[in-house]
Design a protein around this ligand. Sequence first.
Ligand SMILES: NC(=O)c1ccc[n+]([C@@H]2O[C@H](COP(=O)([O-])OP(=O)(O)OC[C@H]3O[C@@H](n4cnc5c(N)ncnc54)[C@H](OP(=O)(O)O)[C@@H]3O)[C@@H](O)[C@H]2O)c1
Length: 344
Amino acid sequence: MTSKIKIAIFGGSGYGGSELLRILLFHPNAEISLVTASEQAGKAVGDVHRNLNGLTDLHFAKAPASMEELPDVDVAFFALPHGQALSLVPDLPSGVKVIDLSGDFRINDPQVFKKFYKLEHTATRMQERFVYGLTETNREAISKAQYVANPGCFATATLLALGPMVKSGLLNGKIVVDAKTGSSGSGAKAAANTHHPQRSNSFYAYKPFTHQHVPEIEQHLREMGAFDNEFIFMTHSLPVSRGIFASCYLETSLNMTNEDLAHLYNDLYEDSFFIRMVEGSPDINWVKNTNFCDIAFHSNGKQIVVFSAIDNLVKGAAGQAVQNMNLMFGLEEKTGLVFPGGNP
Ligand SMILES: NC(=O)c1ccc[n+]([C@@H]2O[C@H](COP(=O)([O-])OP(=O)(O)OC[C@H]3O[C@@H](n4cnc5c(N)ncnc54)[C@H](OP(=O)(O)O)[C@@H]3O)[C@@H](O)[C@H]2O)c1
């Protein structure tokens, strides 16, 4: 590819948008033509995202009143609150590719969407054209797609941990996933549940049985294999700003050793640079600020536990979105995404 990919980012002033900018400003094939904000419109990107101070002259613009005023772009990323992409995407010029970081286009059944998002799905015809963007399990479809629904952060950690087990056909009985997130999962605007004195020394569960990532996890597990297991998913808030850690408890129909599990995970992920098998337990410290997902598994006969860790804003959002963009434009999947985290 010789010419650069021209990019619009809707919602560039939030945390997801900030990470898209951090990655795309240094992507060799990317050129950012438009980055929008609502309250922050008019400000310099480096004044809002202080980590980018001195690294770009870009300014936030108001989203165009009509998509006819959109500059000529090849792809539009949407990093807006749920419900916004739903009304904007159908009005885009027909050739523009889309990667939506929100939940607006992840759920195929509009009734299920309404139940979990408390919104009417107003673009069901468009929905049929969206491909679920879990890169490691859906590469071929993503590389041919015009529209990609980027997975949720909890869904990414959970599905990458469970994928090899579902594909094995050996899952038996109930699956329990106990997942934890850092506070940046709630976005850039301060709220009671992200306020430092409240959050820094606390730990609590939230949204029992009602988390909006449950239906996309179940839907994609069914797409990957014969999945009809009972699925219990529980979310918790960690006193850290970044990171997701998922502990997945399952049972298999046959006794399995750690070597058997290693075969399953290596079979699915041997060509997946961003999936790393680790000993013992992953640690959010070692995936923070990166696009890696670290996974560890342990067997006790038919009882299996799988742990996974990601950065919610990178592999769980902007990093995976850029990984998908690379596939959609025929680029090497890792382009612009090979960077380590910090130590510690
Ligand atoms: N945070 C995560 O870990 C994570 C992970 C995966 C997916 N996601 C999804 O990605 C999307 C963005 O999340 P985020 O954490 O980046 O949110 P955020 O930090 O709250 O940012 C939201 C962005 O949307 C803009 N915005 C807010 N209300 C708007 C409105 N009514 N109309 C137009 N623009 C509006 C904001 O602009 P102003 O600031 O200028 O008002 C900001 O640029 C969400 O759908 C979220 O569910 C988030």
